[in-house]
Ligand binder design. Sequence first.
Ligand code: ADP
Ligand code: MG
Length: 167
Amino acid sequence: MPLTNDQHRGGSPREVTVHVPDELALAPLARSLVATLPRPAFVALHGDLGAGKTTFVKAIASAAGIDPAMVVSPTFGLIHEHHGTDVTILHADMYRLIGPDDLHEIGWHDALARATWAFVEWPERIADALPTDRLDVTISIDSPTARSIRLASHGSRHHATVASLGG
Ligand code: ADP
Ligand code: MG
């Protein structure tokens, strides 16, 4: 499929879609991401309820040496921090966030400053607070077990990660 002009802007591809036939196939994708994500990185996770955003973060955690059982849906007011051997993962779910003032209450900026990587579910809720330099990951449900995962880099810092996946 030919790349669009938008994808060519900046001299390198910026988008790739990975087809994941089942949950086990998330592991190699997660390993690639752990190896290539810049530090720090900001990953915005898009997709319907049940698409697999939390499951995706579990796979990343596992590939980073963190017990995936520790990764559960952060409920309102909670952001979770997970410490691996050489990364700190911030996992947030903004679904029930009411307004930007809430970000201060949950200690968002301090947690973000401590994180190696931030993974944010329902980033639409904090649209104004999203960094312009980020990786947008959009998960679509193809079947009960299969997912299409589109990774799009905004800003040059995350281009190499997309390129490493064939984009
Ligand atoms: P979200 O955080 O997007 O609401 P969850 O990760 O909590 O979604 O739930 C996704 C559900 O889909 C889980 O029950 C998971 O086991 C299931 N699932 C089945 N196949 C996959 C897959 N290939 N990738 C991710 N999740 C999958
Ligand atoms: Mg979730």
